[in-house]
Design a binder for this molecule. Sequence first.
Ligand SMILES: Cc1ncc(COP(=O)(O)O)c(C=O)c1O
Length: 411
Amino acid sequence: MNFVQLDKIARKHGTPYYLMDGGMFLANIKAFQEAFKPRYNRLIVGYSFKTNYVPALCKIAKEAGCYAEVVSEMEYVLAKRLGFEHIIFNGPIKKESVLITALKDKAVINLDSGYELGTVLKYKSEYPEEEVSVGLRLNIDLTDENGVSKVQCGLRVGRFGFSQTMMKGIVSLLRDNGIKIVSLHGHTSSSDRAVANYNLIVLQMLQVCECLELNDLQYFDVGGGFFGAAAKGIDVSNKPKYENYANCILGACLSNEWFKQVQPAIVIEPGVSVVANVFSYVSKIFQVKEIAKQKFLTTDGTVFDIKPTLHSSNLPHIFYTKECCNKTCIANLVGSTCMEKDVILKEVEVPEGIEYGDYVKIDGVGAYTIVLTPTFINFISPIIGVMDNDDKTFIVRRRQTIDDVVALYTL
Ligand SMILES: Cc1ncc(COP(=O)(O)O)c(C=O)c1O
């Protein structure tokens, strides 16, 4: 991308806007598949809708052979609307009506709560002739050899799934009622996305499979939480690669007798690791000002569009100026909302001559952005697809209008 290309899109669609590179998404998915397939062909990629459910993106995942991995009624019906035949239905609360639909659809359902068990048992008692199959989410203990819990946010224990102690009773209950267990789900979000976590996940899953003789298992689902798809500018020298995860998971699975006999499909549910570098965000510089020796560049974008969790790291970025400028200075890039915390980049190098009409592109904004963006002050931004080395563009999502804003309300 260069100034002229960004400016051309801006003139046509306004700013700010997202750029989506579908080719990059496909390449990421294929690379993840390739990391497993030479050693074990029975791999299923369940694309994590919650990370970014832009329909054009989900369709690419479908064409690449992915299942839809969904966690709510909204995501479930979206996956069906987009034509997914294979859906993995996860999440802590599956409301009765959508869970029954999923049972009828023969989706892969990973149960996570006693409430859901009740629905499934009731369904089976109403349709005793029907073959009912479900999966179970296992609560994983992600404590490393030094006694440190790797569960996201430094939590000592995660709250999802059934503990090993609960599993025994649940498996018996399901079996006694003629319900098959075809999937075991071990997704556990970690704070470090380390490869070693997958050894812990897989070994605990295998232990349950062996002890409870889950010999009908078709899906051995290790979940998501991987690192990958980092935007240019992020130091990945010490970060895991897809191959490292594949080798860890396959190493543990393929040396296990139960696994070798039953040979379930290995399911991975990548989100951030396949979509982070697929989206960028472009906004226009409106003013440059200095207050108490601090320089501020104000754009028409907002931090809420690219870091809704407001974490403090600066994302990879490039400034595009109309006039070539080699000298730099330090400035804060701030957003268009009237909140002090709307800081997009803190104390970064910017071209000294940057001015009204120049652009900034923030990279690596594909994960947990568009799906978390509130309508705050501005219309929701459009998404522009790019292809053929950025020369061809197309609309993936138009800009929100005032009609969209009022549509849900009674006026
Ligand atoms: C069940 C499940 N699968 C997959 C994912 C995707 O995780 P990530 O985006 O970290 O790969 C999540 C995210 O929380 C999840 O809860």
